[in-house]
Ligand binder design. Sequence first.
Ligand code: HEM
Length: 229
Amino acid sequence: MTWLKQFLSSSIGLKIVMALSGLGLFGFVIAHMLGNLQVFLGAEKFNAYAAMMQGNPLLWPARIGLLGMIFAHMGSAAALVLRSNKARPTGYKSHQWLSGSYAVRTMRFGGLVLLAFIVYHLLHMTVGTAHGEFRHCMSDGAGGLTCFAYQNLVSGLMNPAVASAYIVAQVALGLHLAHGVWSLCRTLGLGNPRYDLLARRAALSFGGLITAGNCAIAIAIVAGLVKLP
Ligand code: HEM
């Protein structure tokens, strides 16, 4: 295992871990948004989709994989930050950012905002302890499940303060992806100037689409366009 130790103690090794785990999380975020957009199809369809997910034997392996990717992503990011701080313990007198974009400067802060959102979101939509009217799925005793994900989502986001917190988190997610997807393309070998503009545009478009899709759900609920059945 010395090769693994060597790999993880190098900056490029850490960057590759961050890029691959980021890619996996990016895939989850797209799939999750597409699943959630089914809220526009009504309670029956959305609850059937939730029951299919909750009753899936791959649910726990997927959850464990997701948790592993979150730890790998945050752990490699923290190790790289510590490494760069150690390399320059006194800090700069004034920061001259190489790339002046807002997203670059907010990657670390945005990552922490997303972490706080994920903890809150799980307590709100999965565990239910941060949700006053949360209902867990019920088993019919014959292998079938009845879920109330639609009711949980709509009654949760009808509160304008909660919907606003979701919207802020989706903007942070969009900014994180707008830089992160471009950055992972470079780490994974698409740093060639020929592809750079394409990678930048793709990252910006994906960030924008994820923010728009997720915010559309929160806005439609708080505006009363998606209602309780
Ligand atoms: C407006 C945006 C979002 C909405 C409307 C939303 C909605 C939901 C809902 C309804 C559930 C419960 C599903 C169920 O009962 O089967 C859920 C679970 C979850 N969400 Fe989200 N979500 C959003 C954004 C996000 C984001 C940005 C992330 C991560 C970056 C995320 C991560 C998760 C995770 C990890 C679960 C737990 C899945 C499981 O049961 O294992 N969500 N979300």
